[in-house]
Design a protein around this ligand. Sequence first.
Ligand code: SF4
Length: 361
Amino acid sequence: MDNPAVVSTKYWHTLADSRIQCDLCPRFCKLKEGQRGLCFVRACQDQQIVLTTYGRSSGFCIDPIEKKPLNHFFPGTAVLSFGTAGCNLACRFCQNWDISKSREIDTLADAASPLTIASAARELGCHSVAFTYNDPVIFLEYAVDVAQACREQGIKSVAVTAGYINPEPRAEFYAAMDAANVDLKCFSEDFYQRLCAGHLQPVLETLQYIKHETDTWLEITTLLIPGQNDSTEELDALTQWVVQNLGPDVPLHFSAFHPDYKMRDIPATPPATLIRARRIAIENGIRYAYTGNVHDVDGGSTYCHECHRKLIGRNWYNLREWNLTNDGRCRFCGAECDGYFQDAPGTWGARRQPVRLANFR
Ligand code: SF4
């Protein structure tokens, strides 16, 4: 292959009619020579499935880890974030559609090798690298290589994903990831089919896999869309499923929708909806429930599941209070707070800093 961004992949097989089926995600695209899958970045070339965006990025930026959002994974630290182009779901409400729906290779402005990314993260003082903005499962080969290069330099890797991936590649992907925030878009198969062109069950299976069969730290985000997935019944069912199948210690984030992409006719989520969702989650036994994309000091802070005192006070992405001991316990009652914590909170704050990787070669 002449183009260095095009690499061979291994999750595919040849069908009886000589088309090639991609087996990376539950979409199982069946492609003829020259065709691209729904994700657009995987294609049938030379009678195999290739990834066409290896080493290409839509840009790098340093964010607070809370913005992924991860509230229990080294709070206050900086994370070097990047994405590529394309996505394997087709959510009508996509909040990142300029990247995820991009079919323009020139969107991929910044080329970077795994080693360059890991070295840049270390030099910039980032505790971790995040695969975000679009879903990293579609560029699995690149994401895994970056994660391995990071691990060699002591940098953690974070996946921000919809969890729409088949079992075999899932095992390879999560073996490389130290933390993940998985979008559970709703708790209804109808919603997944109608608004995302996908299915619910594979996502539930990914959540169970991460929680029970990996060492990857897991948090979940649900974007609440007025009238679509915010009924009390659905939130009750979703949070009960999480407690029963994943346990009470997986943090849940309810974040606010803004009208975008193909869903501009629905208003932004009222803060009261997020507060109601958080209350339902806590009533059902979720230890750590958060509101997101709104200013809500109570809903953004972390509380002890035992004595209910405030452990980490947050104002947006700024940490204002820290009541954890050096070994991650409540300073008041000694109960363990689930997650990964340093002796002291990170000091990155709420800054967002674009980075040109070309400066690190
Ligand atoms: S990863 Fe892309 S090409 Fe493969 S099945 Fe999913 S959408 Fe289709």
